[in-house]
Design a protein around this ligand. Structure first.
Ligand code: SF4
Length: 408
């Protein structure tokens, strides 16, 4: 599928100045998702003191608007409300990345009081959830809605969903996008993440400090993992089969390939019944740079109040082609179906993430300007590959097996 990165806005995120950072207060989790990249350690809670030290390291090394509180599952940590408060006290937006299993309304109210900005619920059909094992991706929309309604009932919290996309769940993606539109008033962000694994016994050997190592103990190592080559453009193409106008506005490239789409962002404006259009590159540039001018940081997760201002955003039509098209569609609807057009219009983001790709010569194409950097010892490290320095002391070097042909 043809997508020209030069026509999209390159998100301005970098190592020292980024939209978000990634805190892992615990390695404990109450689920065992197929695509998980971390070893579950039920005793893996960090102390509040260590977490405070990591937060200080983030603020010293990196300007950041939000912090994703992940894990493990962060809700398993007994001090989760304190952790949220510690982030908020530093003037940073705390966003919980959770499977939601331990989420109850009372706890959510407590977390909001502590300063929670929003939640990203990881829900997909390969999580082996109790009572949901036999349900497909579309059937999981029922579970997504339960959480979205709980979050909406507490109010003023960002509600985001992410899911890992596998070869056999790729066809369900458009149905989740359609579900997102149906609940555009309470669901602000949807994220699709292509599944990745490191193949053992494949075309590569793995080295640390010149010594060959056994890669198989890592949680993301697999002998046969099914499709690990799904690209963000494959997911986009699948979405477009159902929504032909679906148009991304911004991207993050890979560290090796300037034209790979590691993060691909689409913003749509509309109502539950009708999407008026998709914001363009200039809109996203304006959103990121104006936030940076005003607050000194790149924008992470606008507030729910901003997401509700879809119609006001259309006033930016003279500056952005995508918004201009959306405003045109809105005015046509106003002329033909005025009652429908007078309802509230919303903005919803759909992000597609294509994590680490191993190129034929062993180079790893990571996200350039990785927003999900976490702390390892006294430095920043890719959270998706954290198990490597934890296991071997440093990141693993990937080398094509001797005698294997390398295609560049
Ligand atoms: S490099 Fe890894 S940790 Fe960073 S954004 Fe990409 S997938 Fe996430």
């Amino acid at each position: 599928m043809e997508l020209d990165h030069r026509e999209l806005y390159r998100l301005p995120w970098s190592l020292p100045d980024n939209t978000i950072s990634w805190l892992e207060p615990t390695a404990a989790c109450n689920l065992a998702c197929l695509g998980c990249y971390r070893t579950n350690d039920p005793k893996g809670h960090k102390s509040l003191e260590d977490i405070g030290w990591e937060l200080d390291l983030f603020t010293r090394l990196r300007t950041t608007d939000g912090i994703s509180v992940a894990g493990g599952d962060p809700l398993t940590h007994p001090g989760i409300a304190d952790i949220v408060a510690m982030i908020a006290e530093r003037g940073i937006k705390p966003i919980l990345n959770t499977n939601g299993l331990a989420l109850e309304r009372d706890l959510l109210v407590e977390l909001k009081r502590a300063g929670l900005w929003g939640l990203t619920l990881h829900i997909d059909s390969k999580q082996r959830r109790p009572h949901w094992r036999d349900k497909n991706e579309v059937e999981h929309n029922e579970l997504r809605l339960q959480y979205a309604e709980m979050i909406a009932s507490v109010g003023d919290l960002i509600c985001s969903f992410n899911q890992t996309v596998y070869g056999d769940t790729l066809p369900y993606v458009p149905e989740v996008v359609a579900w997102g539109q149906k609940h555009i008033d309470i669901v602000h962000v949807i994220v699709f993440i292509a599944f990745r694994a490191g193949l053992v016994g494949g075309d590569f050997d793995y080295f640390v400090g010149g010594e060959k190592v056994d890669f198989s103990p890592l949680p993301y190592a697999a002998d046969d993992a099914g499709r690990i080559d799904i690209k963000s453009t494959d997911i986009l193409e699948t979405i477009r089969e159902r929504f032909p106008d679906f148009t991304p506005c911004a991207y993050l490239n890979g560290t090796q390939r300037p034209d790979s789409f590691k993060w691909l962002l689409t913003g749509r404006l509309g109502t539950k019944d009708k999407i008026y259009g998709y914001v363009g590159a200039k809109f996203m540039e304006l959103a990121q740079t104006s936030h940076h001018l005003k607050h000194g940081r790149y924008l992470a997760y606008s507030s729910p109040k901003v997401h509700r201002r879809g119609r006001a955003m259309m006033l930016l039509a003279p500056l952005d082609k995508g918004v201009s098209r959306a405003a045109g569609a809105y005015l046509r609807t106003l002329a033909t179906h005025p009652v429908q057009a007078l309802g509230r219009a919303h903005m919803q983001s759909v992000m597609i993430i294509q994590p680490a790709d191993v190129l034929p010569d062993g180079r790893t194409d990571m996200c350039d300007g990785c927003p999900d950097m976490t702390v390892w010892q006294d430095r920043l490290a890719w959270s998706c590959r954290l198990e490597e320095p934890m296991t071997y002391g440093q990141f693993v070097e990937i080398v094509p097996k001797a005698g294997e042909p390398v295609t560049l």
